[in-house]
Structure formats: C-alpha cells, structure tokens
Design a protein around this ligand. Structure first.
Ligand code: APR
Ligand code: PHB
Length: 388
C-alpha cells in the first residue's frame, strides 16, 4: 500500500490533519491502535481557542460546533471568597468555544467517513522505517498479519505513549519535564453547570474547577494528592469537597447528581525537541503535554496540525523549503502555551512545599488580575489563544 502522508494515531491531531489534507487533495492513511469506540469513549477537555475553532471550520467540521457549542466571553478566577472575572471580549476582542473534545473527535470521524478517508484501527507493533530518506515506510501487524505502507511523510500523532517520538534516536532528542505533586480528580455529571462561565478556584483546601459541556452536562475537578485513588472518592465526598472549595457566593448554586465518569489524572509539563526528524513530524501529545489548567492540550495539537498542514500543502505545491521551519514554528508556540499553563497552575494550586511566601505571591497575582486591565489582557490573550 502507498499513501502520501502516513498518520500514526487517530486522536484529534491525526484526525484533523487527515481531514485538512484530504480536503486539499493530499492522500493519507490513519493507523490507530484502538477501536473507534474506544477513542470516542475518552472524556477530555472542552475549551477551544479562537484559532482552533477557525481551523475546525476550515476543515469543514465547524457546523455542529457552531450550532451546539457555547461561545464564552470570559471566566472567573476565585481566591477563597473573592471572584475576579476576566472578560475576554473586552480584554482582547476574542472568545473561546466550549465544545467537548469527544464531540470534536466524533465530528472529525463523521467527516472522514463522508469523504471515504482510509483509517485502519486495531494496528499492533507499528514501526517507522527509513525516516532520514525520501522513502520512509511503516510496518504494522493487524489480525495476525504483517503489513507495509510506503509514503512521502509520516505524521506522529500518536500521543504521549506512542511510538513516533521514540523513533527519534535518544541522542538527537532533548526532553524537558516537570511533574506536579498532585493530580485532578474529575467528575462528569448530568447536572446544570454551576455558572454560565468556567470558575477556576484557588482555595486553602486546594484547587477546584467548575466547567461544563452544555446546559445539562457539567464537568468538575478538584486537586488531590497523587496517592489518592478514584475508588476512595464517593460521589458524596467529591461534591462536599468541591462545595467547600468554591466561594460561598456560588457554592450554594451547585447542583449535584450521580457521576457519569470519575477519574484522576496527574499533572505534567513535557516537551520533546525537535518536533521533526527527517521525514517524521510530531504533532500534539506525541511531542508535548501541558497541565490542564490553561486548557491548552487540544489547542496546541490544533496549532501543530495547522503548521504541518500549511507546510505539506506548500511542499506539494513545489516549495521545497516549506517544511524546514515546522519544528521551530511549532515549538515557539508550544513554549508560550507551556509558560501560560505552568503559570496558571502555579497561581491556582496548593503545593505541598509552598509556605506563606508563595501563598502571598498567589494572592498578589490574583490581585493584579483584579486591579490591572493590562494583566487581564495578557491572561485573556493567552487563554483565548495566541495567533498561529
Ligand atoms: N500506533 C497507533 N496508534 C497509536 C499508537 C501506536 N503505537 N500509540 C498511540 N496511538 C493512538 C492512541 O490510541 C490515540 O488514539 O494515538 C492516539 C493519540 O491521541 P491523543 O492521545 O488524544 O493525542 P492527540 O491526538 O495529540 O490529542 C491531543 O489534547 O486535550 C489534549 O491530551 C488531550 O488527547 C488530547 C490531546
Ligand atoms: C474541561 O471542561 O474539561 C476543562 C476546562 C478547562 C480546563 C481544563 C478542563 O482548563
């Protein structure tokens, strides 16, 4: 089998890249380890930057997002009893779109089906070959048989645990990592959201976030020690703890109900450089992980895909240099989103080694946001997404 671009991984990065390339007349094949139902069963974040929403429209998958998604003009940052609202529209003229990653993935699969794109699920033992030549190829096993696909390029969209990043020799990679000493316990519930906008809360008992998917589906998180197990958290215990961490002025509004999904995710910042190795290009979680506090994971995947798509279209249009700058361009944006995610994480969480000094720093940062339009503008620009 032969294709122009072989895409490893059928998560949001791989699907969006495939969709954009197919519409531009560039042939792709997507190799995914899991079944489609498994991919669609993952509950992930739900805030789309302005540029991500634009790219989805460009890919022809914006219709349901525009009909069912919720544009948000701002969010709240709470500190104990104080609530600071950052008005995105007033501060930087942009909004974000609240629309779940699961829905984005579903829309991409539907659009890919409609155009007859090639997706192969249930692949095993994917190996990338001859990446430093003009004729890379991929081998894999499916249903007990070995297969080979030849291509011009390989896009490594296979997430943090994928095979693509590991195909770059260790001595040619530089990794940067920060592990945070806590995780997020998340609950999805069929209940109306706490507020119309997201509330990020810094409380002496720990961080909490009140988010949503739509008018009847809410997503909540609380910071927990890494030693905690999800089985130890009953729904009641979760709601009690969440309520305790929200300002009194809004805690009374919380509507509780049975959890539909409950899980604990550790927080990590990670970048692997470069994002290109010969004919292999990494996109999304394969190259970097951000803590979820800034809502940047999916959005960084989208900007990587946007850069790679542009580069590939220019390459096939005859520009031999077009792909040379992919890694540098993508990494410049990645590091700025890393900085934002790290700074919001640091401002909003309780760290086991933080003392009174660090708490005062957090207070001062939140006070600055409350009192300075310039500080709110910087937050809003980063949250709604830097240009790409
Ligand atoms: N072969 C084939 N597929 C693989 C392999 C492999 N060796 N390893 C992993 N995969 C698949 C996974 O099953 C998964 O479906 O690659 C896909 C990667 O998807 P994600 O982990 O979702 O990563 P990405 O598409 O970059 O999405 C960006 O943004 O909100 C964040 O982490 C969140 O998933 C989100 C990410
Ligand atoms: C979510 O709704 O899952 C969500 C929203 C904002 C974040 C992280 C997660 O920063």
């Amino acid at each position: 089998m032969r294709s122009q671009v072989i895409i490893i991984g059928g998560g949001p990065s791989g699907l969006l890249l495939s969709q954009l390339l197919n519409r531009a007349g560039i042939a792709t094949v997507v190799l995914e380890r899991q079944s489609r139902d498994h991919v669609l069963g993952r509950i992930r974040a739900g805030v789309l930057e302005h540029g991500t929403a634009q790219l989805l429209r460009q890919a022809g998958v914006g219709a349901r997002m525009d009909a069912e998604g919720h544009p948000h003009d701002g969010c709240y940052l709470a500190h104990d009893q104080q609530m600071v609202r950052v008005d995105f529209t007033e501060s930087c003229g942009r909004q974000v779109m609240v629309y779940g990653q699961t829905e984005v993935t579903r829309d991409l699969y539907d659009a890919q089906d409609a155009m007859g794109a090639t997706h192969i699920h249930g692949v095993r033992d994917v190996v990338l070959h001859d990446l430093l030549t003009d004729a890379p190829f991929v081998t894999y096993e499916k249903d007990g048989r070995q297969h080979r696909i030849d291509g011009d390029f390989i896009a490594g969209c296979d997430g943090f645990h994928g095979v693509s990043r590991a195909s770059i020799p260790a001595e040619s990679r530089r990794e940067y990592e920060k592990i945070y000493p806590f995780g997020w316990l998340g609950v999805l519930s069929r209940t109306p959201p706490l507020m119309e906008e997201l509330v990020y809360a810094n409380h002496p008992r720990g961080f909490a976030l009140a988010s949503m998917r739509n008018d009847t589906l809410s997503r909540y998180y609380i910071q927990v020690p890494l030693s905690h197990r999800v089985e130890d958290w009953s729904d009641d215990a979760f709601w009690t703890e969440l309520r305790a961490r929200l300002p009194d002025s809004v805690a009374g509004r919380l509507v509780t109900g049975p959890s539909i999904e409950k899980s604990i995710a550790p927080l990590r910042s990670f970048v692997s450089e470069p994002m290109r190795w010969g004919r292999l290009f990494l996109c999304g979680d394969a190259a970097h992980i951000v803590p979820p506090t800034g809502a940047k994971g999916l959005n960084l995947a989208a900007s990587d895909v946007g850069y790679l798509f542009e580069g590939l279209v220019a390459h096939y249009g005859g520009d031999g240099e077009a792909l040379e700058h992919y890694s540098d361009r993508a990494l410049r944006r990645v590091w700025k989103a890393m900085r934002f995610s790290w700074s919001v994480t640091t401002m909003m969480h309780r760290f086991p080694d933080h003392g009174p000094y660090e708490q005062r720093m957090q207070q001062a940062e939140l006070d600055l946001l409350a009192s300075s339009a310039a500080a709110r503008q910087a937050f809003a620009e980063n949250y709604t997404g830097l240009a790409f």
